[in-house]
Design a protein around this ligand. Structure first.
Ligand code: GDD
Ligand code: MG
Length: 359
């Protein structure tokens, strides 16, 4: 099976982290998101993945220098300008010369254990041109909302409706099987959204089907969900073996090789390779990235510290993400969904609440 992985977006909701690294290259418990996506595809029989690139393409090419990962052959299609989701699929399929195949297409910022094979199976049985996976969410307004009939035929595709207008909480899980005929429907050389243009057209043609999946599913595109993706792994909510090499000190508390954990811990914690949590620090429900440092008297709760981040004595980091090699100064407070960008400095005693640095 051949998959196209959409990874060309700018990751605006995760700025400023995504100035330094494109979203799918951000680590989720020490492993880039895209590596987790490729491992999932490999485990369901995908042998070739075409990465549909636009924003910072070199980061991907550099990450996989030998052109393969997890046994999957990688091909790269770099858009000259963003073509939106359908435009990107068409461009990548043509560039990689796979446009006469039935294709798997996935959004590269989704972490899931959903069963790709059952989606392929359904696709082969209904005679329509496309099949999409659905997942149930609490608030469908951030997603493509997809009502179906009892036979699984899609009745409408409503991208990001107001919450009160959503007819169901079953949403597009960002995993599709597309026949080559779908590519013919996509206009060349302009931006085309699969969600806003092509899926509604397929609904009209009665040619779009969907399959509900109860499997683990998460779109990591916002700070809250990027954090949740990591805590879900530590809490054992993923079916697949998702933890990197580490030892478990107690339930939910993991230490990578070279990690030093002297401080107090609560909830689920991962302390990365060569990272340090000093005595007198408190770390609760957090990922402390490789070589990161939490000093005595600091408190880190419900957070991700990316590799090399430093939290100085007496600082508080709560419900936030601290970027690679960033520094949270002595006695500073970073709270309320804040994001500190790569190598940024939060001055001693400064307060950052629901804020981004740099903005
Ligand atoms: N190559 C390329 N070019 N990729 C793109 C472009 C583009 O112009 N625009 C977006 N992408 C990629 C992003 O990098 C991401 O991996 C994927 O397409 C989806 O874009 P998001 O920006 O993450 O979309 P979303 O999360 O708001 O909504 C989409 O995903 C939801 C499920 O996760 C939609 O498909 C929704 O319908 C869906 O429910
Ligand atoms: Mg997304």
């Amino acid at each position: 099976m051949i998959a196209i992985v959409l990874v060309g977006g700018e990751g605006t909701r995760l700025r400023p982290l995504t100035y330094a690294l494109p979203k799918p290259m951000l680590p989720v418990v020490e492993r880039p998101m895209i590596a987790r996506v490729l491992e999932w595809l490999a485990s369901h029989g995908v042998t070739t993945a075409v990465l549909s690139l636009g924003y910072q393409p070199d980061a991907f090419v550099d990450a996989f220098p030998d052109g393969s990962f997890a046994g999957v052959e990688l091909r790269y299609a770099v858009e000259p300008e963003p073509l939106d989701t359908a435009g990107a699929i068409r461009f990548a399929a043509r560039a990689a010369e796979v446009d006469s195949e039935t294709l798997v297409v996935v959004n590269g910022d989704v972490l899931t254990d959903l069963d790709l094979r059952s989606l392929v199976e359904l696709h082969g049985s209904h005679g329509g041109e496309a099949t999409i996976a659905l997942t149930a969410v609490e608030d469908p307004s951030a997603y493509g909302v997809v009502p179906t009939d009892d036979a699984g035929r899609v009745l409408a595709f409503i991208e990001k409706p107001r919450r009160e207008d959503a007819p169901t909480n079953r949403v597009n899980a960002g995993t599709y099987i597309l026949d080559p005929s779908v590519l013919e429907r996509i206009a060349p050389d302009r931006r085309v959204s699969i969600e806003r243009e092509i899926f509604p057209e397929l609904v009209e043609a009665k040619s779009l089907y969907a399959l509900d999946s109860p499997a683990y599913w998460l779109d990591t595109g916002t700070p809250e969900r990027y954090l949740q993706a990591q805590l879900d792994i530590l809490r054992g909510r993923r079916a697949a073996a998702a933890l990197p090499a580490c030892t478990a000190r107690s339930e939910g508390v993991y230490l990578a090789p070279g990690a030093s954990l002297e401080g107090e811990v609560g909830g689920c914690v991962f302390v990365g390779r060569d990272a340090t949590v000093e005595a007198g620090a408190l770390v609760r429900d957090a990922v402390v990235g490789a070589a990161a440092h939490v000093a005595a008297g600091a408190r880190v709760r419900h957070c991700v510290l990316l590799p090399g981040a430093m939290v100085r004595p007496g600082a508080l980091v709560e419900e936030s993400v601290v970027g690679p090699s960033a520094i949270v100064g002595e006695g500073a407070a970073v709270t309320g969904g804040s994001i500190v960008g790569a190598a940024a400095l939060v001055l001693d005693g400064a307060r950052l609440d629901s804020a981004r640095l740099p903005v």
